[in-house]
Design a protein around this ligand. Structure first.
Ligand code: RB5
Length: 143
């Protein structure tokens, strides 16, 4: 089972706790990089911390949460070893792993309920990269 590193800004802090409880009870090793309160903070800082973690531990999977998922997506995809995917339904969650080998799941805490976001995340975590040549070639071109 992969190690998971999870982070959010203030808009995602409640969803982060909810998902972390689920992940730990499911047996995942979870590293929480914050934020830890509802006090306003800046999503690029959290995204940078998570990217640093994945740079040092390339097998880790990341989860980032903000209000929409968009800020975290823009911020974390600036790093060329990150393939971050905003999850907005179960099919996207599955294809993000199978086609894009996404290594960071990005969620919008204000766009979906906690249970909906949990379902997207479960689908993401239970899916694997297809390893098909056409997808490998495209991913190689990204970096
Ligand atoms: C915070 O208010 C909000 O702007 C942030 O969580 C995120 O949605 C930005 O993309």
């Amino acid at each position: 089972m992969k190690n998971i590193v999870i982070g959010s800004d203030h808009a995602g802090v409640e969803l982060k706790s909810f998902l972390k409880d689920f992940l730990q009870s499911a047996g995942y090793s979870v590293s929480d990089i914050g934020t830890f309160s509802k006090e306003s903070c800046d999503y690029p800082d959290v995204a940078q911390t998570l990217a640093n973690n994945i740079k040092e531990n390339p097998n880790n999977l990341g989860i980032l949460i903000c209000g929409t998922g968009i800020g975290m997506s823009i911020a974390v995809n600036r790093f060329n070893f990150i393939r971050g995917a905003v999850l907005y339904n179960n099919e996207v969650a599955k294809l993000a792993r199978e086609h894009n080998d996404a290594n960071v799941a990005i969620l919008g805490a204000r766009m979906f309920s906690k249970d909906e976001n949990l379902e997207f995340l479960k689908t993401f975590l239970s899916s694997d990269f297809s390893n098909e040549e056409r997808h490998k070639k495209r991913i190689t071109k990204l970096s």
